[in-house]
Design a protein around this ligand. Structure first.
Ligand SMILES: *Cc1c(COP(=O)(O)O)cnc(C)c1O
Length: 409
């Protein structure tokens, strides 16, 4: 490691403008949690909010709460709040379903808006569910379309007159590499294609400006940097200008113009509500709202500044350990994670977890460390780097129990 000491890390924490936010989260004693990009930590306020929703709204007021507690408006209310985090003016974001399902809706709608074009363009290394969903959409539409997979650096050059939609994940889940959202969106539009962003590893980790970039559609996760809890519902953004023509295939009653008229024929609601399908998951939405409120209470530019300082520090601290750095060298070209490559990555991550340093492993050989600025300290960055150095130098990872594979990695 470099000459940077634990005392230096503590000095950075003392000067940290976001330091107070940590106390708003429940974090296990003695653990360094570097997996907020897979499952965000639990906000302290969540249990109390859920207790209220369960005991008072559900337990006491029962079905009245759809009106009196505003349950029916939660998808849009929380959607508008997430909109503030991702640069979307009100009325363009709803919370519903999972990221995968929202991708299905958005991709299907996008292809309908470009009926004369047949290509969905994406990266070969995109997150698997994004690719699988695109394959399912194509099958549903009779196989007339093509999912064209290109290398990361070839995306802009591959957009052409046959491209209906460019579908990209803003921050690569494996490498952390971040696309130039404004630039790629402009390139798609220059060729008449639509742009769909997956913000799974961006929302809540940095400022995002969907409206400013002119994005057409976006989706993102509730349980990662938004701290909405395991399986939290996801969000879907449809830009104003597309809402009237937006037709998605999951035509359930909650997306109907008059759900409680109980008519026979589907008629889409005005505006973003037509992106909904069925009954909103009220408990999950309540938990997600708490996580989103925690982010709205801070300045996302400060979040990004701290994220860059943390990822930059971690990279410097582990630079001499013989691990290959993955993704762009410049932290500003990355999201809030650091990825390193090692053939024994799985066992090394397990050995770290056994010491209370929780990162994760992404096949085939990537150690991934997420830095959620709201609840991580610089001393945690230092501690994680020191533990990684020790695990490597002592060979502590090479024990049978660290090689055993679990169902979820
Ligand atoms: C985490 C993640 C998802 C998750 O989708 P779910 O439907 O919530 O399982 C989708 N896309 C990307 C890029 C992700 O990182």
């Amino acid at each position: 490691m470099t000459g940077f000491t634990r005392a230096d890390a503590l000095a950075l924490d003392a000067a940290d403008e976001l330091a107070a936010a940590r106390a708003r989260f429940v974090l296990p004693e003695g653990e360094i949690y570097l997996d907020g990009n897979s499952l965000g930590a639990l906000p302290r306020a969540t249990a109390e909010r859920l207790r209220h929703v369960v005991e008072a709204e559900w337990g006491r007021d029962l079905i009245r709460s759809w009106n009196t507690a505003g349950w029916i408006d939660l998808p849009q209310r929380v959607g508008d709040k997430i909109g503030r985090l991702v640069g979307a003016a009100p009325g363009q974001v709803v919370v519903a379903d999972s990221t995968s399902v929202n991708l299905f809706k958005a991709l299907s709608a996008a292809l309908r808006l470009r009926p004369e074009r047949r290509v969905i363009l994406t990266e070969r290394s995109n997150f698997p569910t994004d690719l699988y969903v695109a394959q399912g959409v194509i099958e549903q539409l009779g196989g007339r379309h093509e999912l064209r997979l290109v290398g990361r650096d070839d995306v802009a050059g591959a957009i052409g007159p046959d491209t209906a939609v460019v579908m990209l994940t803003h921050v690569d889940y494996r490498t952390g590499a971040m696309h130039d959202m404004a630039g790629v969106t402009a390139a798609a539009h220059a060729h008449g294609a639509l742009m769909l962003w997956d913000l799974a590893h961006s929302a809540g980790a940095m400022p995002v400006d969907l409206d400013g970039c002119g994005a057409d559609f976006a989706v993102g996760c509730g349980y990662k940097y938004l701290n909405g809890g395991p399986g939290a519902p996801a969000f879907l953004y449809v830009a104003w200008r597309h809402q009237e023509a937006f037709r998605q295939p999951l035509t359930g009653w909650m997306g109907h113009a008059e759900p409680f008229a109980f008519g026979t024929d589907y008629r889409p609601a005005e505006g973003i509500r037509r992106a909904l399908c069925g009954t909103p998951p009220v408990l999950s939405l309540a938990a997600l709202e708490v996580g989103v409120d925690e982010l709205l209470a801070v300045d996302l530019h400060a979040v990004r500044r701290k994220s860059l300082a943390m990822t930059g520090l971690f990279r410097r601290l582990v630079a001499g350990l013989g691990l290959e750095a993955v993704g762009p060298e410049d932290p500003r070209a990355c999201g809030s994670q650091v990825s390193l490559r090692h053939p024994q990555g799985y066992a090394i991550v397990q050995a770290l977890i056994a010491r209370g340093i929780v990162g994760d492993f992404r096949a085939p050989d990537i150690l991934r460390f997420g830095f959620a600025p709201l609840y991580l300290r610089f001393v945690d960055v230092w501690g994680a780097a020191a533990a990684l150095a020790d695990v490597l130098e002592t060979g502590a990872w090479d024990r049978p129990e660290f090689h055993r594979r679990h169902a979820v990695t």
